[in-house]
Design a protein around this ligand. Structure first.
Ligand code: BGC
Length: 447
């Protein structure tokens, strides 16, 4: 029987499916911009267009605030000092995991009730507050429907959290009740906002051109300032959280379809499943599996992380993409560690690297297309300068990812780097949450 060499076929298929043409890019931009308008106008849209009830910071907000960043299994509480035009500073930072096998707790699973989770969170806030009276801003990295800056009802978990009982509850009320129970009622949660809105505020505090705030990490989403809001005061710009990871007017490969079908939430978060850190490893793993044949990758079933769903992480993908050595020694070392005694051929190593690059590059290009969709809405004549605040491990750590976004935005979107600037604000969700608390405090005082 003839040998079956599937690596080349799998690579060709992935290359065909994962490389976007200028025309495809342009169509996504148009569809994305149209979906924003549809969502704002209450027509069916893949974008939820959730109003954030917060505008641009004045830039002179000052004082000491508490920030809570609840974005996944790691919780962070900080004391942040805002000093007007100067850079904000983080005075205290307390990080804690929501699960710790050694300490015998796990607040992430469906068997945890939301009260237990929020009691745990309130205890962490109390540690940082140390009995002081403080306003608190809460950066919450899940979809929630706001009716005011301090009021948000939960819409649904994504990523790793499955805690029960939060549906429809007000996030701030829950936190305030648990803070009171922990004798920390001097801390008043006054603002709750999506992590992308917080990232947007952090960028806008320092740069007046900022009108997009995006997270490229475990999850993906981008918030923006809408000049003609349909909520709140129509004459004042307002931040909206579109939950852009839910955008779905995209052509998908069979690898995307299969990943979605096997996920916890089939049919949801289509864009997120193509671009976010939570999924890139799994996409790479599925393509590598397709390359297993007589001429290579036969070892794949012997490496547990390559044979089990979610076995490969975006950290592994970053390692493959970042291997710039001639003989791909880093990939070789990775394989040797996973499967000692089975040397991989150079062709196999090149296959792994090429697949990882294709998946990471497509992610960067799709993210760029969504940014171009926002920019098309905000500035169709391309007259202004724009800044995009970005936060997240993928953006900061995946080799070539940030450059890939910028290149695609210029080449396909026609937005040169001289017109669109990217801003990484250190600890943006914490800083943005503190700014939101300051704005809420000001609004309270003038009421
Ligand atoms: C959530 C968004 C969040 C994004 C980035 C997504 O899974 O639905 O609300 O902004 O992750 O953290």
């Amino acid at each position: 029987m003839a040998e079956e060499c599937k690596m080349a076929d799998a690579l060709m298929e992935a290359w065909r499916e994962f490389t976007l043409s200028a025309e495809q890019f342009g169509r996504i931009v148009e569809d994305f911009a149209a979906s924003i308008e549809d969502g704002l106008s209450q027509r069916p849209s893949p974008l939820q267009m959730l109003p954030a009830y917060i505008g641009r910071p004045a830039g002179d907000e000052a004082g000491v605030y508490l920030s809570l960043d609840f974005g996944g299994t790691n919780l962070r509480v900080a004391e942040v000092e805002l000093a007007g035009k100067n850079k904000p500073s983080i005075r205290k930072l307390h990080r804690v995991s929501l699960k710790d096998a050694d300490a015998g707790y796990d607040y992430t699973g469906a068997d945890t009730n939301v009260r237990e989770l929020f009691a745990f969170i309130a205890r962490q806030v109390a540690v940082v507050a140390g009995g002081q009276e403080r306003l608190l801003g809460h950066s919450f990295s899940y979809a929630s429907r706001q009716t005011a800056l301090g009021r948000a009802s939960f819409l649904g978990w994504a990523k790793e959290i499955k805690v029960s009982g939060l549906a429809g509850q007000d996030i701030n009320d829950l936190l305030a009740e648990e803070l009171a129970r922990q004798q920390a009622a001097a801390v008043r949660p006054v603002a709750v906002l999506n992590d992308t809105t917080a990232t947007l505020l952090a960028a806008a505090y320092l740069c007046p051109d900022a009108d997009l705030g995006s997270v490229c990490g475990t999850g993906h989403n981008t918030a923006y300032y809408e000049p003609q809001p349909r909520h709140g005061q129509p004459d004042r710009v307002m931040a909206y959280n579109p939950e852009s990871g839910g955008f779905d007017r995209l052509s998908r490969s069979r690898f995307d379809e299969e990943l979605d079908r096997d996920s916890d939430s089939p049919g949801r978060q289509r864009l997120e499943k193509m671009v976010a850190g939570r999924y890139l490893g799994e996409l790479v793993r599925r393509i590598l599996q397709a390359g297993r044949g007589d001429c290579g990758m036969q070892f794949i079933d012997e490496i547990p992380c390559l044979s089990h769903p979610d076995g490969l992480s975006s950290v592994d993908v970053a390692w493959f993409v970042g291997d710039r050595s001639k003989e791909l020694e880093h990939i070789d070392a990775w394989l040797k560690e996973k499967l000692p005694g089975r040397p991989a051929s150079l062709a196999e190593r090149h296959f792994i690297k090429a697949v990882a690059e294709l998946v990471a590059e497509r992610a960067a290009t799709l993210v760029a297309a969504s940014y171009a969709g926002f920019l098309r809405r905000l500035d169709p004549q391309r007259r202004r300068r724009h800044a995009i605040g970005v936060n997240g491990s993928l953006y900061e750590k995946m080799p070539g990812f940030a450059e890939g976004i910028q290149v695609a935005l210029t080449r396909f979107g026609g937005w040169p780097a001289t017109q669109v600037e990217f801003l990484v604000v250190e600890e943006a969700p914490l800083v943005g949450a503190a700014i939101a608390a300051a704005i809420a405090g000001r609004e309270e005082a003038t009421r």
